[in-house]
Ligand binder design. Structure first.
Ligand code: NOJ
Length: 612
């Protein structure tokens, strides 16, 4: 058993380390079956070390029927056979540790797969001892006698959260697919079984912590009331007010720490949707009240999502993006809480396509500009596979029926089209417009954008991801000959090498970039994003000596003139990095930039100035 070495306050490995998320199915196939695997990950550990990664986060690689790509686990103590074995995972854990890296796994304990032995028992009869391990409820009946589910809650994957079980004549709850029943955290015995099987089993094998799936959904409001109606066209309504951040949530997390996590030197990063209030988030991440080391608060990746449905894209403007970054940077200042810096994961469209430009002439500058932004932000930095080479969204021509695979977007599409046909009957143009709009929204926001195979090289039409002649389990992005790792390793000015140098710079200047204060300038400017990072509070009256940096980013495809803000406390600033190859040359005659000076930023240009 590992001895605890770091406290959860102060400076720790998990604050300073750069984390990299691996999606096993799409990372690297070692045995030619078209699916990524553990041996494939193992073969790339040195690549990740070289990139500057300190912590690997491996998305679910447990035994699973793969209804939701492994987030439906049928056995926590086994590995999905096509990915490998527990021994392969041990080899990966050891390989990380040998290189001074840490490794964390996904802890998916809001639900299991319906194929999990626990659920099979639970559904076998109403008096089975495990019946109460899941959430079973009797039906309601309409006045005409029609059987209705216990509530009107909408599942994340469309339709109801309740599935009728013919055999035992009750409904069970599933916030996600019907093949993913929710565990009943109110049951003490269930919680203990989760701690043993999903957590201790892997901690004893050396894993360094967990990314915790749906971390605020275990405690439901047990009254099980209907959710307010916000979408009158359908019966099922968004219901997170009823199941997120429920009354026993903090108690459960404290218990999990006391019973399990405190016995090891671990990190936890919780997935925390539906929680917009910083004071509320601080209750989860305050170091004193041990619950979570940090969370992913999703405002940044929710930008552009529709209010009544995720895949109803809404245009957004830069001030919203800047305010979001500023809010989740600053909320920990003066507290003992901690934050994360990220803008991609396996549930999101690619950041270059969503927040910048993936046009051929702009995509490299865009990817580097976002890299510059992220690597200078406070908090633990998380990069998602492929982000380091600037992978972009799938092309518009890809079709829902043939190319998209994700249960969430495919179900959404079919449900939305069904409603359109029912409610717009006869108006073919309106139905077509609605279909086009949903397709476009999925092309921007869809999870499949993040799940295309990693583009390693141009050795075959699968971008070196697999040797299988028919290709990988999912279509490879058409642009792999232009965007791939091998090509970028060889190009000094590639996106990949830019990320490498930024991660080095971040490590060399931790006080400023990992732990510093964040200050936003010109919040209403719709074209540029200018912020300062300082080792002291900006605007203080004392001329304290400290380190400072100013980051200036052009979020448009046109030249923009910017004014260097004043940071009286530090005086002159010097250009440190730019994302244009000639950034340094363009400042040759004027290396020292003082406050009030103007600069012109070219399309999607980013510059970092630092105090000397
Ligand atoms: C969040 C995960 O990130 C997502 O991929 C998954 O579908 C749901 N939780 C359900 O586990």
């Amino acid at each position: 058993m590992a001895t605890p070495t770091s406290s959860s306050s102060g400076r720790t490995w998990w604050k300073e380390g750069t984390a990299y998320q691996i999606y096993p199915a799409s990372f690297k196939d070692s045995n030619g079956d078209g699916l990524g695997d553990i041996a494939g990950i193992l073969s790339k550990v040195d690549y990740l070390k070289e990139l500057g990664v300190d912590i690997l986060w491996v998305s679910p690689m447990f035994e699973s029927p793969q209804i939701d790509m492994g987030y439906d686990i049928s056995n926590y103590e086994a590995v999905h056979a096509p990915y490998g074995t527990v021994e392969d995972m041990q080899a990966l854990i050891d390989a990380c540790h040998k290189r001074g890296m840490k490794i964390i796994l996904d802890l998916v304990i809001n639900h299991t797969s319906a194929e999990h032995a626990w659920f099979k028992e639970s559904r076998s009869s109403r008096d089975n001892p495990k019946r109460d391990w899941y959430i079973w409820k009797p039906p309601r009946y309409a006045e005409d006698g029609t059987r209705l589910p216990p509530t009107n809650w909408r599942s994340y994957f469309s339709g109801s959260t309740w599935e009728w079980d013919e055999h035992t004549q009750e409904y069970y709850l599933h916030l996600f697919a019907k093949e993913m029943p929710d565990l009943n955290w109110e049951n003490e015995e269930t919680r203990q079984a989760i701690y043993d099987s999903a957590m201790r089993f892997w901690l004893e094998r050396g894993v360094d912590g967990f990314r915790i799936d749906c971390v605020n959904m275990y405690s439901k409001r047990v009254g099980f009331l209907d959710a307010p109606i916000v979408d009158a066209a359908v019966f099922e309504q968004p219901a997170w007010s009823e199941y997120a951040n429920g009354p026993r949530m903090h108690e459960f997390l404290r218990e999990m720490n006391q019973a399990v996590l405190d016995k090891y030197d671990t990190v936890t990063v919780g997935e925390l949707p539906h929680t917009p209030d910083p004071r509320h988030v601080l209750r989860y991440v305050g170091a004193n009240d041990k619950q979570l080391s940090m969370v992913f608060q999703f405002d940044i990746v929710d930008i552009g999502q529709g209010a009544s449905g995720k895949y109803r894209f809404q245009d957004w403007k830069l001030p919203q993006f800047k305010a979001t970054v500023a809010k989740w940077q600053q909320f920990i200042e003066g507290t003992d809480g901690w934050t994360t810096a990220f803008c991609e994961n396996h549930d999101q469209g690619r950041s270059v396509s969503r927040f910048a430009s993936d046009a051929p002439e702009h995509r490299e500058h865009s990817a580097k500009m976002l890299a510059l932004m992220l690597s200078t932000l406070t908090g633990t930095l998380f990069i998602y596979q492929g982000q380091e080479i600037g992978m972009i969204n799938v092309p518009k021509e890809w079709t829902i029926d043939q190319d998209y695979q994700d249960i969430e977007s495919v179900n959404f599409y079919h449900a939305a089209i069904k409603v359109a046909r029912e409610t717009m009957a006869g108006n073919r143009q309106a139905i077509q417009d609605e279909t086009d709009y949903i397709r476009r929204s999925i092309q921007i926001l869809g999870r499949d954008n993040a799940r295309t195979p990693m583009q390693w090289d141009d050795s075959n039409k699968s971008a070196g991801f697999t040797d299988r002649p028919e290709g990988g389990w999912m279509r490879t992005h058409d642009l792999y000959p232009e965007i791939n790792v091998a090509k970028q390793i060889d190009e000094p000015d590639s996106v990949l090498n830019f990320w490498k140098s930024m991660l080095r710079l971040r490590k060399l200047n931790k006080d400023l970039f990992v732990y510093g204060n964040f200050h936003l300038y010109e919040p209403d400017n719709e074209n540029t994003f200018i912020f300062a990072k300082t080792t002291f509070p900006v605007g203080g009256t004392t001329a304290s000596a400290g380190q400072a940096a100013v980051v200036m980013l052009n979020f448009t495809g046109k030249d923009q003139t910017v004014t260097l803000p004043s940071l009286d406390e530090v005086g002159a600033l010097r250009l440190q990095v730019g994302n244009y190859v000639d950034s340094a040359a363009s400042e040759e005659l004027d290396l020292v930039a003082g406050p009030g000076q103007q600069r012109t930023l070219r399309p999607w240009e980013g510059r970092l100035y630092m105090s000397s």
